[in-house]
Ligand binder design. Structure first.
Ligand code: 5GP
Ligand code: ZN
Length: 136
C-alpha cells in the first residue's frame, strides 16, 4: 500500500510522533489534534477496516488502546476520553488504514468534536507524547 499515509508512517517514510509500538501496531500523535493529547493507534500491516484485522492485530490494538488510554488519563487528567474509529469513505474517513482515535475530553461536550482541529507544531506533539510515554 505505497499510497497509504499510515503505511508510510510505519515504514518511517514520513515523520510521526510515536508514543509506543509493538510488533503489530503503533501509537502516535494525530497531527490534527481534536484536543491536546489526541493519539491514533494503527495496525502495522495494512488492514483497511476492522473486518480486515487478523487476530494478532486485533489483540495488539486492543491492548495498546487500553494502555495508552490509561497513560493519557495519568498525563492529562481529562474529564473523559472518546475512543472511536472512523467508518470508511462514506463517513468522510481520509486514511483507509485501520486506526483507533483516543481523544481526551476536557469539558462536558458529549460526543461532539470541537472544530477546527488544532495542528500544533511538531515540538508540541513531541511534548504531548513525552508526557504520555512517561505515564506508560
Ligand atoms: P479519519 O480517517 O480517522 O477520519 O482521519 C484520519 C486521521 O489521520 C486524521 O485525524 C488526520 O489528522 C490523521 N492524519 C492524517 N495524515 C497524518 C499524518 O501524516 N500524520 C499523522 N500523525 N496523522 C495524520
Ligand atoms: Zn496502510
Amino acid at each position: 500500500m505505497t499510497d497509504c499515509v499510515f503505511c508510510k508512517i510505519v515504514a518511517g517514510q514520513i515523520p510521526a510522533t510515536k508514543v509506543t509500538e509493538d510488533d503489530a501496531c503503533v501509537a502516535f500523535m494525530d497531527i490534527g489534534q481534536v484536543n491536546p493529547g489526541h493519539v491514533l493507534v494503527a495496525a502495522k500491516l495494512h488492514a483497511k477496516d476492522v473486518y480486515a484485522l487478523d487476530e494478532a492485530q486485533a489483540a495488539s490494538i486492543a491492548r495498546t488502546v487500553v494502555r495508552v488510554a490509561r497513560a493519557i488519563r495519568a498525563a492529562f487528567a481529562p474529564q473523559g476520553l472518546s475512543v472511536y474509529q472512523a467508518n470508511g469513505e462514506a463517513a468522510g474517513q481520509t486514511v483507509l488504514h485501520y486506526h483507533v482515535h483516543l481523544v481526551p475530553r476536557y469539558a462536558n461536550d458529549g460526543m461532539a468534536f470541537t472544530w477546527p482541529v488544532q495542528n500544533p507544531p511538531r515540538a508540541a506533539l513531541e511534548a504531548h507524547a513525552a508526557r504520555i510515554r512517561a505515564a506508560l
